[in-house]
Design a protein around this ligand. Structure first.
Ligand code: SF4
Ligand code: SF4
Length: 386
């Protein structure tokens, strides 16, 4: 390490989630960053996984348990006390979290010497340096940690275009508060700034991305698993995500929170400005199916000319939630969690009040049937190919 510059991002192959492979791939991806030498005996480490709901590992919706178990094994081997947790949307309590832990295979973490989080307390933070998130509620288990490791899953995402390390920290907002925050930061740019604020507040010591099997299509919960065979690591969640975006064929401006991070000087203009250790190009999935978010007219037409366009024209290009024909079971999950109260169930089917909808895509994220899709107007689809 002495003569080598520390890379911004490391990428290594991880061909499957087998126990031995997971440990060796983790060791390999961490080595150029100095390994886990910073971990001291007795250190309390919180591993913020992506446990978006009671999804099985094969769904590719959650960070894979074998990678989390491998990390727990490496950390406890150094004498650290490891807790793995997350706060999915919904009630932040033992009954629901046990469902999530069991479905996502998280008992493997306990078998590896780690703990699962059962502290469901809520803290209140003031953050004077925030762009938008000046005060907020957060999951208090993180207070116990000497260091946070952010272990995300790489997924397409309806609202932000992608979900990786930066978006993963939205799980620091307690589940029951998420609806309120979606409503408060309903503008995609505000939501992006809020995510960057969260990452600046919690400052994870290390960020890891499970891109062994990512999720493409109707992500972050109802998409399709996509083998990519990669594990990534960085000391910066923003740089990690800029690299991850490139693997999915996305650029900085296609991901609102990367744009926000760039404007705050947290990432270079594009991934060519990153020092990436590993055969990055080999992992790029050129045909990755994304849920592209709205690209502003001004982005294509230039600030001055674009600004002349009315908000109505810009609105016409926005993606919106749409029901897939015949797929809705009328269960009411979406209407119960919609922050804008824009959904009602009528004749056994969800109906969306388009005027009230704030396009947070919570309905798409949490529909248990995968019935809610991100619909992009034809003009927007055409423009995004330009
Ligand atoms: S769209 Fe999904 S969550 Fe909403 S009622 Fe239909 S099946 Fe349930
Ligand atoms: S209808 Fe869906 S996208 Fe619109 S505000 Fe409600 S949950 Fe969000």
């Amino acid at each position: 390490m002495a003569n080598r510059a520390k890379p911004d991002v490391v990428v290594r192959a991880c061909g499957d989630y087998g126990e031995k492979n997971a440990v060796s791939a983790l060791e390999a991806v961490l080595e150029p960053l100095g390994g886990l030498d910073w971990v001291e005996k007795g250190m309390r480490i919180a591993v913020k996984a992506n446990l978006v709901g009671p999804f099985r590992p094969e769904s590719a919706a959650v960070t894979h348990p074998s990678l989390l178990a491998a990390l727990a094994r490496l950390l406890t081997g150094r004498g650290a006390l490891v807790t793995v947790g997350d706060s999915p949307g919904g009630i932040y309590g033992r009954v629901y979290l046990d469902r999530v832990y069991n479905a996502a295979g998280m008992r493997a973490v306990e078998a590896a010497g780690g703990r699962l989080n059962y502290d469901f307390g809520v803290g209140e933070a003031d953050f004077a340096g925030a762009a938008v998130l000046k005060s907020f509620a957060y999951t208090r288990w993180l207070d116990e940690a000497d260091a946070i490791i952010n272990f995300c899953k790489l997924k397409a995402h309806g609202m932000m275009g992608m979900s990786a390390a930066v978006k993963n920290l939205y799980g620091t907002i307690p589940g029951t508060f998420k609806v309120e925050y979606h409503y408060k930061y309903s503008n995609h740019r505000d939501f992006a700034d809020m995510l960057v604020d969260l990452n600046e507040y919690f400052k994870p010591r290390l960020s890891l991305a499970d891109a062994v099997v990512a999720m493409e299509g109707n992500g972050p919960t109802a998409g399709v698993p996509r083998f990519m065979g990669a594990l990534l690591a960085s000391e910066s969640p923003y740089k990690l995500d800029l690299a991850c975006a490139g693997l999915m064929g996305l650029g900085r401006d296609s991901v609102p929170y990367l744009k926000a991070a760039y404007e705050r000087g947290l990432i270079p203009a594009d991934r060519s400005g990153l020092l990436i250790d590993g055969d990055y190009e080999a992992f790029i999935a050129k045909d990755f199916k994304n849920v592209a978010v709205r690209r502003e007219l001004t982005f294509f037409l230039g600030g001055g000319f674009g600004a002349l366009f009315s908000k109505a024209a810009d609105r016409a290009l926005r993606p919106s939630p749409r029901l897939e024909d015949g797929a809705c079971a009328g269960c009411g999950v979406c209407s119960g969690l919609c922050p804008a109260k824009a959904i009602r169930i009528s004749a056994g089917k969800a109906r969306i009040d388009r005027k009230a909808c704030i396009r947070c895509f919570c309905c798409q994220e949490f529909c248990p049937k995968g019935a809610m899709k991100v619909h992009r107007p034809a003009v927007a689809r055409l423009i995004s190919r330009l």
